[in-house]
Design a protein around this ligand. Structure first.
Ligand SMILES: Cc1ncc(COP(=O)(O)O)c(C=O)c1O
Length: 467
């Protein structure tokens, strides 16, 4: 032990005391900021400090509290959250109904014994069967998205007895050894090759390439277990499929006898304006992967699901796949409350209408600043703003952050900034974001030596973006 037990206990006492506090002294704020930086440097990963600095002027920015569509740093500075925890905060920060459900569950039982039947797991799985498309019925509950994908990959091999997978270039499915096989980015994969064998990648949205791959593998006897896709690519830069693509993919999977796995970890739970993005195209997957906002922004939770026929081989040995924490009572309470909030507050409909308004305004900005904002695209509140290069994207993200709006790039495409706020974002916040974005784009344009026209300067952004 590097410190005495008494010293470690004293350190834990200090932190536990701070966690309990509702108000911090200035001295405590400084202590937290300083220790966060030094601990990240010495015990987490110093790389994060440089990375964080890229969005913030002050790389000691420490997030501390949150509610609804906003969060605050340790000094009380408030930010409008347009990132939504990469899609984990569809219901907003600390939605009171989800917090209440988890607190009540916590007061009775936190983690299950692992031996008896835990009722919330069954109740949540039943709810999932009711709210997901088609004949999806059985659920395996996980604690993360990547675990959901791992399970889906295993289940597709188990059911089909086949080996190969096809995924899409620029797809993102997680970073554990199995899901990383599907994730299509050299930077993340190269150091870890060989991954799980038999992954093949085709360009997303290109039906001909997919058909050619399925045909070729069939010809050479390398049968395909599953095609794994996001309905809309998130980390790849918010890439929408061409019309009819997913329906045709479904038909190809049927033709070649392989399963269609849809990864709705980011697109699910109302994000794109429907409860599940696949509903936009009426496509029913054989296996569905869920995560992120499934835990209501309070608990980690995920799942993979399939119909009764595909699930059959999981039944004789239910421990063929297992997880100690997956489907624990706290996660289930959060997920059940998340479903309740999503449906009772019409969050998919809100995402559709707010997203359409937002997208329209962003498209106007793209016309106004064509040299800076190359393209905007999206569905519901899954929106991407594409810039001509990474540097401009970075300047815009930083300008927004300095003005109190959090956004971030997508993981595989730094030129694209995502807009993924909580789905019930009030119009005032939305208008404020548009106003701040306008200011930021003007600043970036001027910084690049292209003065804005006087009329643009005079236009009051505030009035302009009012609905
Ligand atoms: C579509 C998709 N699949 C899988 C994952 C991995 O989820 P997790 O980070 O919870 O493992 C992500 C995370 O960004 C994702 O967006």
């Amino acid at each position: 032990m590097k410190k005495s037990t008494e010293e470690v206990l004293e350190d834990t006492r200090i932190v536990l005391d701070i966690i309990q506090k509702t108000e911090l002294t200035e001295k405590e704020k400084i202590w937290i900021s300083e220790t966060a930086v030094s601990n990240f440097n010495d015990y987490v990963n110093p790389g994060f400090l440089k990375y964080r600095k890229s969005v913030s002027n002050d790389y000691t920015a420490i997030e501390w509290s949150d509610s609804t569509c906003r969060f605050r740093d340790i000094h009380g500075r408030e930010y409008i959250d347009c990132l939504g925890g990469y899609g984990t905060l569809n219901m907003g920060h600390r939605h009171p109904k989800i917090v209440a459900a988890v607190k009540a569950q916590l007061d009775r039982q936190a983690i299950h014994s692992q031996e008896l039947l835990d009722p919330l797991r069954g109740l949540l799985s039943k709810l999932l069967a009711d709210i997901t498309p088609g004949d999806l019925q059985y659920s395996f509950l996980t604690s993360s998205g990547t675990e959901a994908v791992e399970g889906a990959l295993k289940l597709s091999r188990l059911h089909t007895g086949r080996l190969n997978y096809i995924a899409a270039v620029d797809g993102f499915h997680g970073k554990s050894m199995g899901s990383l096989g599907a994730t299509a980015n050299a930077d993340f994969r190269k150091a870890f090759l060989p991954l799980v064998p038999a992954f093949h990648h085709v360009p997303f949205g290109d039906l001909y390439s997919l058909e050619k791959m399925l045909w070729s593998l069939d010809k050479v006897g390398e049968d395909v277990a599953a095609v794994l896709l996001e309905p809309i690519q998130g980390e790849g830069g918010v890439i929408l499929p061409p019309d009819g693509y997913l329906q045709e993919v479904r038909a190809l999977c049927n033709h070649y006898g392989c399963l269609l796995i849809l990864d709705e970890i980011q697109t699910g739970m109302g994000r794109t304006g429907k409860l599940w993005a696949s509903e936009h195209w009426g496509v029913i997957p054989d296996i569905l992967c869920i995560g992120k906002s499934f835990g209501g922004g309070i608990m980690p939770a995920g799942a993979f699901m399939s119909n009764a026929k595909i699930w059959q081989k999981m039944i004789p040995n239910p421990f063929l796949h297992s997880s100690t924490f997956g489907g624990n009572p706290l996660a289930c309470a959060a997920a059940i409350a998340a479903i309740h909030v999503t449906l009772s507050e019409n969050l998919p409909e809100k995402a559709a209408s707010t997203g359409a308004h937002f997208l329209k305004r962003l498209q106007q900005l793209s016309c106004e600043f064509p040299d800076i904002l190359s393209e905007v695209r999206g569905k519901g509140l899954m929106i991407g703003m594409e810039f001509p290069d990474d540097d401009i994207g970075f300047e815009v993200a930083k300008g927004l952050y300095d003005r109190g709006v959090l956004v971030a790039g997508t993981m595989l495409n730094a030129r694209v900034i995502r807009i993924e706020p909580p789905l019930a974002m009030p119009h005032d916040d939305l208008n404020r974001v548009l106003e701040i974005l306008h200011e930021t784009l003007l600043e970036v344009q001027e910084g690049r030596g292209k003065p804005a026209s006087p009329s643009k300067r005079r236009a009051s952004a505030r009035n302009k973006y009012k609905q």
